[in-house]
Design a protein around this ligand. Structure first.
Ligand code: SAH
Length: 251
């Protein structure tokens, strides 16, 4: 059995209880060494075989899984944040399906939640934004034609950009071309929840300079939208004394 496990955003105690138990029981761990906190590996059994997938190709990762399966061992494939977000798990799951190997997925705390925690941010403020667009700038992976940053910017919803900290010149230009004003609040969160976390509040127009001054080129999220510094927002209806809910009569 293979378990895809979300390692969480960085801090070793932000893995789920289930994820931690799977790590403790694993015979083989393949972890995404570029972003997964190595402290998590301290949970592994002494005889557990540990591989860092940062040095491996897809075929090499699969070969380790196939071998472990043949020996009836339990494998944890440890991905940063939540495995479903830019995790490249589909290609692994499809290969396992072709071999009839069983697997499951244990979710994790995505870095975009870690970043919100760092900033004391609520992504969905009534009357400011009720949607979060998770996206990225085009890098080596191209963007589908209908998913340009410009087109997303037109919504003025909260935007979270992964994998884009090194592409801020073009990204900021695209955000502005899409309709955000240069003074729209923006934030950069570097290594959210790690001990060396950095967070910067700026604007869309100053994103590039802010990252440059802080020396941030990777492992950061870019957050854009008025929820970062709202001039006003509405209070929630759920806790409004004037509204009845399933659990409480209005006062
Ligand atoms: N599955 C991961 C995302 C992997 S893509 C998740 O759910 O978070 C890798 C990108 O995620 C990085 O380029 C960066 O944009 C972001 N990232 C991962 N960990 C981060 C952290 N602790 N702080 C800020 N950004 C992070």
């Amino acid at each position: 059995m293979i378990h895809f496990v979300g390692a969480g955003p960085g801090a070793a105690d932000l893995i789920t209880v289930r994820g931690q138990k799977l790590l403790e029981a694993a015979d083989v761990i393949i972890y995404a060494g570029s972003l997964v906190n190595p402290a998590l590996l301290e949970a592994a059994k002494e005889e557990c075989k540990i591989y860092n997938s940062a040095y491996m190709t897809l075929d090499e990762v699969l070969a380790v899984m196939f071998e472990a399966e043949a020996e009836e061992k339990m494998t944890v494939r440890l991905h940063t944040g939540d495995p479903s977000v830019y995790g490249a798990i589909r290609e692994q799951m499809d290969a396992l399906d072709r071999k009839n190997i069983a697997y499951d997925v244990c979710p994790g705390v995505s870095s975009f939640f870690g970043a919100a925690a760092a900033l004391h941010l609520e992504y969905t403020l009534p009357e400011v934004s009720q949607s979060i667009i998770l996206t990225r700038a085009a890098g080596r992976t191209e963007m589908p034609e209908k998913e340009t940053i410009q087109s997303f910017a037109a919504h003025h919803a909260t935007m979270v950009l992964f994998l884009s900290a090194g592409l801020l010149h073009q990204t900021a230009a695209d955000l502005i071309a899409g309709g955000y004003s240069a003074d729209t609040p923006a934030a950069i969160v570097y290594r959210a929840t790690w001990p060396d976390e950095k967070k910067i509040i700026c604007t869309v127009g100053t994103l590039e300079r802010a990252a440059e001054e802080a020396g941030i080129t990777k492992t950061a999220l870019i957050i854009v939208g008025d929820v970062i510094a709202p001039s006003a927002y509405a209070l929630s209806k759920l806790y409004d004394p004037g509204f009845s809910t399933e659990y409480r009569e209005k006062k």
